[in-house]
Design a binder for this molecule. Structure first.
Ligand SMILES: [Zn+2]
Length: 305
């Protein structure tokens, strides 16, 4: 990971100047899952706590053993080593998380304190403070660009396909497999990170937008990426396809949590939820434009992770 961050193409950060990156895992008391981005002693640090890494590992194991996931991706468990598939899912999750933190650095998102420490999970925020959630969507979007660039069009493509016996999948067939697999991992990740039993009225006070919002946003961004990189057509991003991905992914998430998602989606379609979503979208547009000013060049073939 550090090698990738050190050889990070200037194109990926759009020429934004920043101290050299350093990635590491950290031990924490109390088992809290977290990731941090901060500058210290001449380095841009990206750190992930050990409980979060362990959660990613456990999640990728569950996904790799889910009959629904294997069926969706056309992976034959008699032929493919499930440990290799687990490793690929884990790589996707970790690459996404690190690219997300990387974006907080290069888009200069303002942390909660004056020393520019950005922490993913820092408890609740005052009502109406949606700036932070909008920055999270921005970090998701750019991380998605970087991860797809690397795994679908970049250096990691062939290894990723070979890892699960799909080396003969070429062209768009390979793209379809990789984008589907990545979205299985991403959907499961977003659902796992949303705590259970969040009262609907306090959705806007969480550090991140709820999982259905992050998933929908990610689908939109992936469709944009595909269009710009001549990958799968717009029609490929159908709600039926992503419903199947969602069902397969949540089959492996601890507890599944489906009733909770149903009530969340119903809330987002209601008056209060729709107003929240509109305001979040407006804030996101502002953050996105600011990010574009910081990073003028969208990456196409480089990724830090
Ligand atoms: Zn974040």
């Amino acid at each position: 990971m550090n090698q990738a961050l050190r050889s990070e193409n200037a194109n990926a950060s759009g020429g934004t100047s920043h101290p050299p990156f350093h990635f590491d895992y950290v031990e924490v008391d109390g088992g809290s899952k977290n990731a941090h981005a901060f500058e210290h002693a001449g380095f841009s640090f990206i750190v992930v706590t050990r409980p979060l890494v362990e959660m990613l590992w456990d999640l990728s194991r569950r996904l790799s053993q889910s009959a629904l996931v294997l069926q969706l991706l056309g992976i034959d468990r008699e032929v493919v080593r499930l440990e290799a598939f687990q490793a690929l899912l884990f790589q996707w999750e970790l690459a996404f998380v690190v690219s997300h933190e990387y974006t907080h650095h290069i888009h200069r998102h303002s942390g909660s304190s004056s020393d520019r420490l950005w922490s993913e999970f820092t408890g609740s925020r005052p009502p109406g403070e949606l700036e932070h959630q909008a920055q999270e969507l921005d970090a998701d979007g750019y991380a998605l660009y970087l991860t797809l660039a690397n795994y679908v069009r970049g250096a990691a493509r062939q290894n990723a396909l070979a890892q699960v016996g799909m080396q003969n999948c070429t062209g768009l067939q390979g793209d379809e497999f990789l984008i589907t697999g990545f979205f299985v991992a991403l959907t499961a990740l977003f659902c796992s990170l949303w705590p259970e039993n969040v009262p609907l009225e306090s959705v806007s006070q969480r550090p991140h937008p709820p999982a259905p919002v992050r998933i929908e946003h990610a689908i939109r961004i992936a469709a944009m990426w595909s269009n710009q990189n001549t990958s799968v057509p717009e029609s490929w991003f159908s709600s039926e396809r992503f419903q199947a991905i969602y069902l397969a992914a949540t089959s492996a998430v601890n507890g599944g949590g489906r009733p909770q998602w149903d009530s969340l989606v119903a809330f987002l379609r209601g008056e209060v939820g729709a107003a929240y979503y509109r305001e979040l979208s407006d804030r996101f547009e502002v953050v996105r434009k600011a990010g574009e000013e910081t990073v003028r060049v969208k990456p196409t073939h480089s990724q830090p992770a």
